[in-house]
Design a protein around this ligand. Structure first.
Ligand SMILES: [Zn+2]
Length: 247
């Protein structure tokens, strides 16, 4: 569908980008993304992706808003306390851009439910806060042949990788650890709010680039961010021949 007059104004600065233009904008408005987690990473990710005009965003999260979240989870504010995160997120995102259809589910994903959720999606993004979910998102992306970006944050540090199923290295190729053997309940990690803010924002631009097939995404590269010394390093990673992504 051609852009409306209002959309031509809303997205004016993207339409004049040689990388995006009307064709790219229409592509974004026709794309469907699945987001796992609506915390610190998920806040900046969802706000920038929706503001850019993604067609549909499905957000999965099972939590309610706690006072200790507000230092970094900028989808929420003091009036959101004790409310269901995805419900507040939907209101906020609808206000940012009514062009984006926001679908919410208050639930914990597992290996089975994620396969239903991922159906007909163009992209899946991990915005969770634990390794177990990141491995699950990785495996579901490969099983269902959907591109995926996974990020993680701690204190002033972040990491991010993009997976093109079967073609590029996956999360398991890089992190061999078996999540089942990790302690069930980790004590809270230190986090400065801007770290998930930046990594979530980078996840949004990664999705936009990947959907529009522009620039270079983090396929076969792990981005290592250190905000204490302001370094952004790309480390080349390789597909492991015995990994699930090679089968
Ligand atoms: Zn792999």
């Amino acid at each position: 569908m051609p852009l409306s007059e209002e959309q031509k104004i809303r997205y004016a600065r993207q339409l004049i980008s040689p990388e995006i233009g009307e064709k790219g904008q229409e592509k974004l408005l026709n794309s469907k993304v699945l987001q796992i987690g609506a915390g610190g990473l998920g806040s900046s990710f969802a706000m920038y992706l929706v503001a850019a005009g993604i067609g549909e965003l499905t957000i999965i999260d099972n939590d309610t808003v706690d006072l200790s979240n507000l230092q970094r989870q900028i989808l929420y504010d003091s009036s959101s306390l004790n409310r269901v995160k995805v419900e507040v997120a939907k209101e906020r995102l609808n206000n940012i851009n009514p062009d984006s259809k926001i679908i919410i589910k208050k639930m914990c994903v597992d290996d089975k439910s994620i396969d239903d959720l991922i159906k007909n999606k163009d992209y899946i993004v991990d915005c969770s806060d634990n390794a177990k979910t990141k491995f699950m998102v990785n495996d579901a992306a490969i099983r269902n042949n959907v591109k995926c970006t996974i990020a993680g944050v701690k204190d002033f540090y972040g990491q991010m990788i993009t997976i093109n199923p079967k073609k590029s290295a996956c999360y398991r190729c890089v992190f061999y650890g078996e999540p089942e053997k990790q302690p069930k309940k980790e004590s809270p990690l230190p986090i400065i709010g801007v770290t998930p803010g930046i990594l979530g924002t980078l996840e949004a631009v990664e999705v936009i680039k990947s959907l529009l097939n522009i620039g270079e995404t983090l396929e076969n590269n792990l981005l290592m961010v250190n905000l204490l010394n302001m370094s952004f390093d790309k480390i080349s990673v390789q597909k492991h021949e015995k990994c699930i992504c090679s089968k």
